[in-house]
Design a protein around this ligand. Sequence first.
Ligand SMILES: Nc1ncnc2c1ncn2[C@@H]1O[C@H](COP(=O)(O)OP(=O)(O)OP(=O)(O)O)[C@@H](O)[C@H]1O
Ligand code: SF4
Ligand SMILES: [Mg+2]
Length: 389
Amino acid sequence: MTHSGAGADGADTNGAGVPEEAAFAQEVPRGEPILEVRQLVKYFPLTRGILFKKQVGAVKAVDGVSFDLRQGETLGIVGESGCGKSTLAKVLMNLEAPTSGSVKYKGEEISRLSGAALKAVRRNIQMVFQDPYTSLNPRMTVGDIIGEPFEIHPEVAPKGDRRKAVQDLLDVVGLNPEYINRYPHQFSGGQRQRIGIARGLALKPEIIICDEPVSALDVSVQAQVINLLEQLQGEFDLSYMFIAHDLSIVRHISDRVGVMYLGKMVEIGSDAEIYEHATHPYTQALLSAVPVPDPTGREGRERIVLSGDVPSPANPPSGCRFRTRCWKAQEKCARETPALTVREWLEGAAAHDSACHFAAEREIGQSAAERESGQGATERESGKQEKQQ
Ligand SMILES: Nc1ncnc2c1ncn2[C@@H]1O[C@H](COP(=O)(O)OP(=O)(O)OP(=O)(O)O)[C@@H](O)[C@H]1O
Ligand code: SF4
Ligand SMILES: [Mg+2]
């Protein structure tokens, strides 16, 4: 798999107000948006028939997702299998065309770019994949794997400098530069992921999208790879989007966290807002499953076990997509799709974007009577709550 697309070298000359490569040379101040995603949609058509294919529906993999990735931050993206995380990553990487919506890099709409400008964007946004066993070509040496992006972007490392550039990258990710002629099967899982990271770094990108980069690794190795990613972020001023299945993995590395459910972003906020003051029932359910290392913190914790399966993204529930599994669902939830917004009755750290009509913090530490009464969770009254209309 190649990480970068081809494109003509030299300045963009189409002269129709389309940005040129130079538009991406300026640095974005720390904390300002480097990537702006608005109402992004990706549907995969479902077809029937062999000769005359007829579209009979669509898998709504990503369905109206909006967020910013800020310069220098790590944005964790979390959600169950099939909620659209990888599809989102592929659309941002330009590996899949969006059905609709907008993705701006440094203020420029990516879909409008061509030639050298598009090539510059592809160079600046790289990806690290989940499975270091399948994402590295077993017939190529590590030197060829890490140096392959230089074939498409020779300006980063001219031919005579490539061996040295690859050895430097091996060193940066903590591998012995003398391993340059070895093959992927000669490395452990953690070392292979380091090779994947070295390859992602080769073109000196600004953004790295990490799609479950540690999910296939042993727990002991996961921490090493996460530490390496953190160290590289400081060294090279990188912005990360870090995709994971569960909230415990992204906790250590993320500045902000976005939670996805069935193609939608349901809650997004800072580390503290999500982990300490989550207001969406789905996030609260995910949090209740996160292991607590401190035994005193386990007291009063109530695990929320969600009933039922995740519905099909080809036929999602009306209104709030989480309503078929939500213990707080009311009639309004089937009728109206909740916007991802700050509800006016929430205050302090609870006042962050949440796509729930009845967003409220969850009271950790339920009374036995409440548990016995069958309430899945109790809510702390945070001022006025929206009433069913
Ligand atoms: N090329 C495709 N054609 C049709 N459907 C697809 C395609 N790629 C993904 N899907 C569907 O889109 C939905 C979202 O898939 P995606 O791989 O983005 O989820 P994910 O959150 O990354 O899951 P996982 O955690 O298992 O990696 C799934 O229902 C999947 O089957
Ligand atoms: S909008 Fe309704 S169904 Fe959806 S999460 Fe909130 S309470 Fe549950
Ligand atoms: Mg995935």
